[in-house]
Structure formats: structure tokens, C-alpha cells
Design a protein around this ligand. Structure first.
Ligand SMILES: C[S@@+](CC[C@H](N)C(=O)[O-])C[C@H]1O[C@@H](n2cnc3c(N)ncnc32)[C@H](O)[C@@H]1O
Length: 452
């Protein structure tokens, strides 16, 4: 099956194609899904089922594989990759989707197998029916004697990640985080305060029969209940809001930008934080949104235009190349560094099956070099926020502590002192650490540095 197949009007078939591309080619789920949805072959509830199947299977892949292994007479590794995708897809519907009748889940999956890999349709049928017979006898590792394996299997997380969380948080919180990280994240929006207030936006949603509540921490944030097609939400085309997790909103607020300042967002695409910063600057001053990827700069410009922002200019430059950097000295710099994305695995669940601990060391090397270069661009007295959507120590505290210890003109500011009302988001050292299970937002890190 190909992702270009023009006949994919069936949500299960479309999900199967996307899952296979992710497995085979290392594609990103959100990009493939956007492409499929924008081609308009699926309509109405089929679009919702398609998204549910792709993200659900990726989030629950570990648990599904654990169950499949008990139902098979052979090891999982011996299955053809497409057969494994079909089994995950069928089993996901049986285990997690109450609204789909069991017979439909089995028959539709077997039909898909007949189309794509006919020789395996008997096996797919047998395994799914075997699950229906044995579902009350599926076993998981004992939480007392094998806590890591138990959490990994029940909450669908890789073993290395559970071990890492255990070192950071202890057993009870690891269980909570593992569970929260396999759930669908909330839909959080940032009010565009250049055009409206949070209260007016909430009222607009209420008037349109959509439930939404204010965020607890971000003064611009709202959480919308249910699933929605974003461009169809009231106020989207008028630019009244941007989609952005609350943790990301808080990270930009930590920079403390003021109207009239000269600000650099050094890794800016697709522009979530850059547009937020411009909004906080009240559309006054200069904001340079820089990114290595020239292809992504139009995303920043399109968002800025929709939100009525006039102070952002974009530039393609490599933060690792000093010579390519803008010659300005900035009052404030945001370095929202490329990272492992372990804090956003609710949104990009394929990442947890691809990453390995070796990736963090490689990423940290780049992040250190970026921090050094970004700090050079600050004026004396200027402020820099270093942030990532990763939960690892290596990409976060270690990068910052190491930099501060080597850089005589750099001071780590204590966020507890500057933003005392958010103290439960900060570590005792004064850095931001948000967690899905504690704060209901993405896992995020930020530290605020000052140049003497
Ligand atoms: C975490 S994303 C930034 C997200 C953005 N701040 C936002 O809120 O929408 C990291 C960005 O860094 C960019 N990037 C990666 N390496 C870079 C480099 N060497 N110089 C500049 N940008 C880089 C990537 O293209 C990516 O867009």
C-alpha cells in the first residue's frame, strides 16, 4: 500500500498506510496525518477514527505488543512488519475502543489483511479471535517483583524510559507519569491578546456551544474540551488564538519581554513562541525569528500574519555557525533548542519507540554549543531563556549548570524569586520543570540566565 493511494476513503486502511510508513520510513505521524486529512478523502467521523487509530496505536504500541506476544505461537520479531501493524490496529480497537463492536474490529482488520497481505489474513483472524477468547487471562509482569517491566507493559513505555523516570522521580510518580504519557493530551490554545481578551474568547466558544476553561498557570491559555478541527473553531480565521500547550506558553513568559525591546528567538520555527513574544511586546519593538530551516520560515510568517503581528522579521541562519549570526546585540534571547522531545510523547508518540539513550548525549553536545553562541548575542544586562520539551537531565540541568560554571559573565536566575506565584512549576534551583502527571501540561524545561 502506498501513502499516495487515491482510494483510501476507509479510515482503517488510511491508518494502516500511515502506521506502515512510520514503521518503515521513519516518517512523522503528524505530518502524514495532516497530509492525509488535507487531501479530503476522509470525511466526518471517519477523520476522527483515523486520528484515533494512528495516535492510539502509537501511544499503546508497547502494551499491544505485550498482548500480541501472548497470543502468538511465534516471536513478534518473526512477523512480517505489515502483519504486526494489522494486529496492532485490530487489537487496539478491541482493547481500547468500546464504541466499536468486536465483530466489526475483527472483520474490518481481516478484510484489510486480505487486501494488503492475503497470505496472512488467516493468522490475523486467528490472533484477534484468540484475544476475544483469552482476554481475561492476559498477564502482565508483577508490579512488586518486576516494577519496571510492569509499568512498561501496562502503560506502553520503553523499558529504558521507565528506568530513566525511576531515577528522576521514584516509583509512585513514574507510574503516574507513564500513565499520563500514554493519554491523549488536552487541546490548549493561547489567546491573542492583541485582538481579544481571554474572557471574550471563552465567551465566544460558549456562544458556539464549545466548552472551554481557563488554564491554571498561563494567563492567556484556555483548554478546550472535545476534539475539533482547528481551522473550524470560532475566531481562528480572525486570529483570536494560536494552538499552544500551556508549558510552552509559560516558557515564553519567563523571558519577561517588554514593548520596544530588541529580541531574538534563535530557534523559532514554526513560531509558537515567537508570536507569543511579539504579543507580549504589544507589537512594539523588534523580534528576529531565526531558524536553520529556510523551509519553515513561511510558517512563522503565516502565523504572524493571521495573528496581526507586525514586529517579526525572519531569517535563516545556523546557530552553530558564529559567522552566520546576526551582528545585533539583543536585550533578550530565547533558545528553544532542538531536543529529544521526550516531554511531548503524548503528542508525538512515535518518538519514544525511536529514541535511544545515546541520542541524549548527541543532542546535549549540540545544545551546549548553541547555548554558548546564543549567549554571545546578548547585551550586557540582557536575559536569555534556554528551554526544551525534553525531560532528561542531560539536555537540561546538565547543559545549563555546565555553561554557568564556565561562563564568568553568566548568572543563573532563580525563577522562584522572579515568579513566586508559579513556584510549583520550579525546581529548588529555580529552573522550570513541568510534567504531564503533575501539571496537566507537556514535559518542559527552562532556565533563565542573565549576562552581567
Ligand atoms: C523546538 S523547535 C523550536 C520551536 C519554536 N520555538 C516554537 O515555539 O514554535 C527547534 C527548532 O530549532 C531549529 N534548529 C535546529 N538546529 C538549528 C540550528 N543549528 N540553528 C538554528 N535553528 C536550528 C529547528 O529547525 C526547529 O525549528
Amino acid at each position: 500500500m502506498s501513502t499516495q493511494n487515491p482510494t483510501l476513503s476507509n479510515p482503517r486502511q488510511a491508518a494502516c498506510v500511515v502506521l506502515r510508513s512510520i514503521q518503515k520510513e521513519g516518517c512523522y505521524a503528524d505530518q502524514l496525518m495532516d497530509r492525509e486529512l488535507s487531501e479530503g478523502r476522509l470525511s466526518g467521523p471517519d477523520r476522527g477514527l483515523f486520528a484515533e487509530l494512528v495516535f492510539g496505536v502509537l501511544r499503546r504500541q508497547g502494551t499491544l505488543d505485550h498482548i500480541i506476544a501472548q497470543l502468538l505461537n511465534q516471536s513478534l520479531g518473526k512477523l512480517e512488519p505489515i502483519v504486526l501493524v494489522l494486529l496492532r490496529l485490530g487489537l487496539y480497537q478491541l482493547v481500547y475502543l468500546d464504541r466499536i463492536p468486536e465483530s466489526a474490529a475483527v472483520n474490518e482488520t481481516v478484510n484489510l489483511a486480505k487486501q494488503s497481505v492475503p497470505r496472512a489474513s488467516g493468522l490475523v483472524n486467528a490472533v484477534l479471535r484468540n484475544y476475544l477468547r483469552r482476554k481475561n487471562n492476559i498477564t502482565f509482569p508483577d508490579p512488586l517483583t518486576s516494577p519496571v517491566a510492569s509499568i512498561a507493559a501496562r502503560h506502553s513505555q520503553p523499558l529504558w524510559l521507565v528506568n530513566q523516570w525511576l531515577d528522576q522521580l521514584g516509583l509512585a510518580e513514574t507510574e503516574q507519569l507513564a500513565e499520563a504519557s500514554s493519554l491523549q493530551p488536552p487541546l490548549t490554545l493561547r489567546t491573542n491578546t492583541l485582538l481579544t481578551s481571554r474572557e471574550e474568547l471563552l465567551q465566544r466558544f460558549t456562544d458556539n456551544g464549545i466548552s472551554a476553561v481557563p488554564c491554571h498557570y498561563s494567563p492567556q491559555g484556555i483548554v478546550v474540551e472535545g476534539r475539533h478541527h482547528i481551522p473550524g473553531l470560532p475566531g481562528f480565521r480572525e486570529g483570536l488564538f494560536a494552538v499552544q500547550d500551556e508549558a510552552s506558553q509559560v516558557a515564553a513568559l519567563l523571558l519577561g519581554v517588554q514593548p520596544g525591546e530588541r529580541v531574538l528567538d534563535s530557534c523559532a520555527a514554526p513560531g509558537g513562541k515567537a508570536t507569543h513574544l511579539a504579543q507580549l511586546m504589544d507589537n512594539r519593538g523588534e523580534l528576529l525569528a531565526m531558524d536553520i530551516s529556510r523551509n519553515k520560515l513561511p510558517l512563522i510568517q503565516e502565523s504572524a500574519q493571521r495573528l496581526g503581528i507586525r514586529i517579526i522579521s525572519t531569517r535563516s541562519a545556523d546557530l552553530l555557525q558564529s559567522a552566520a549570526m546576526p551582528a545585533h546585540a539583543f536585550d533578550r534571547v530565547l533558545l528553544d533548542a532542538p531536543c529529544s522531545g521526550l516531554g511531548v510523547i503524548r503528542r508525538n508518540p512515535e518518538a519514544k519507540w525511536r529514541l535511544t539513550p545515546a541520542d541524549f548525549t548527541r543532542l546535549a553536545t549540540t545544545q551546549r554549543a548553541m547555548l554558548k553562541n546564543a549567549f554571545r548575542l546578548l547585551k550586557p544586562g540582557g536575559t536569555l531563556v534556554y528551554s526544551t520539551c525534553s525531560t532528561t537531565l542531560e539536555e537540561n540541568e546538565t547543559v545549563v549548570r555546565d555553561f554557568v560554571s564556565r561562563q564568568n559573565d553568566c548568572v543563573l536566575e532563580d525563577l522562584n524569586t522572579i515568579f513566586p506565584h508559579w513556584h510549583d512549576l520550579f525546581t529548588s534551583e529555580g529552573m522550570l520543570r513541568t510534567w504531564p502527571h503533575r501539571h496537566g501540561m507537556d514535559g518542559f524545561f527552562a532556565a533563565r540566565l542573565k549576562k552581567r
